[in-house]
Design a protein around this ligand. Structure first.
Ligand SMILES: NC(=O)c1ccc[n+]([C@@H]2O[C@H](COP(=O)([O-])OP(=O)(O)OC[C@H]3O[C@@H](n4cnc5c(N)ncnc54)[C@H](OP(=O)(O)O)[C@@H]3O)[C@@H](O)[C@H]2O)c1
Length: 234
């Protein structure tokens, strides 16, 4: 199924996986709208991609409602927006934990409620491998990812004929780790790559291809794909 003429909204489309989705959808002829919080970044990325940019904060009900008032009915919605603040379970602040839920979980929830998706269209969420492969200091992210995967299946039933799917990435080299020192980031990514059957970490385009396959495949709903370079089998 080509996306020519389809209206595709990428919430989180100014960076990383969302940017790659927006770019591929645009190449396929879609009318692409990107939404994310930082107005300057949305504007700059929208201009680069030839997309429309709408500043939106997914942690705010009114901001998300405003996004979909501006777009009107759409064909496909992809949610990649998240800002994660985690830490040791016993000491991470409740403010950080709540803020993480507000963007990644409640943000996806708000988008799913506010978007008017045409019949046969789709909603694709992004969770993450920590739902199945927890690590210390990230319990809140594990819990959110698991909740998003359950939400996907519930919404696939309740929002039908709109299709709802979820992609769960492993480690992907995106600006999400921009606050790490560059040498430490490269070292961490190299160590992870060496332990994976595919011998490399993921790129944003790897995940975007999977998201777009859900967008295009009219038989896919309630599906969750774990895309982690074999990380769950080692
Ligand atoms: N990269 C990985 O290794 C990895 C692994 C597993 C799962 N994931 C998941 O994949 C998704 C995308 O991650 P990524 O690596 O592409 O991250 P990224 O490059 O940091 O992009 C995150 C996007 O979310 C937007 N955003 C953050 N807070 C927002 C808010 N309150 N309202 C609206 N937009 C907001 C950012 O926009 P602003 O710049 O405007 O804030 C940015 O466009 C996330 O859910 C992440 O948890 C990533």
């Amino acid at each position: 199924m080509t996306l020519a003429g389809k209206k595709v909204v990428v919430v989180g489309g100014s960076s990383g996986i969302g940017r790659a989705v927006a770019e591929l959808a645009k190449k396929d002829g879609a009318d692409v709208i990107i939404a994310s919080r930082n107005a300057e970044r949305v504007k700059a990325m929208a201009a680069k991609l030839g997309a429309t940019g709408i500043p939106t904060d997914v942690s705010n009900d009114e901001s998300v409602a405003n996004l979909f008032r501006s777009t009107g009915p759409v064909d496909h919605v992809v949610v990649t927006a998240a800002q994660l603040r985690s830490g040791p379970f016993k000491t991470v602040s409740m403010d950080d934990v709540r803020a993480t839920f507000e963007t990644k979980f409640w943000g996806a929830w708000r988008v799913a409620r506010a978007a008017e998706i045409r019949a046969g269209g789709s909603l694709t969420l992004v969770s993450g491998f920590l739902s199945l492969r927890p690590r210390p200091n990230s319990a809140v992210v594990s819990a959110i990812n698991g909740a998003l995967e359950s939400l996907t299946r519930a919404l696939a039933l309740e929002l039908a004929p709109v299709r709802v799917n979820c992609v769960s990435p492993g480690i992907i080299d995106t600006p999400i780790r921009a606050n790490m020192a560059e040498a430490a980031r490269q070292d961490m990514l190299a160590k992870i790559a060496a332990g994976l059957p595919v011998g490399r970490v993921g790129q944003a385009e790897d995940v975007a291809e999977q998201i777009l396959s859900f967008v295009r495949n009219g038989f896919a709903t309630g599906s969750i794909v774990y895309l982690e370079g074999g990380g769950l089998i080692v």
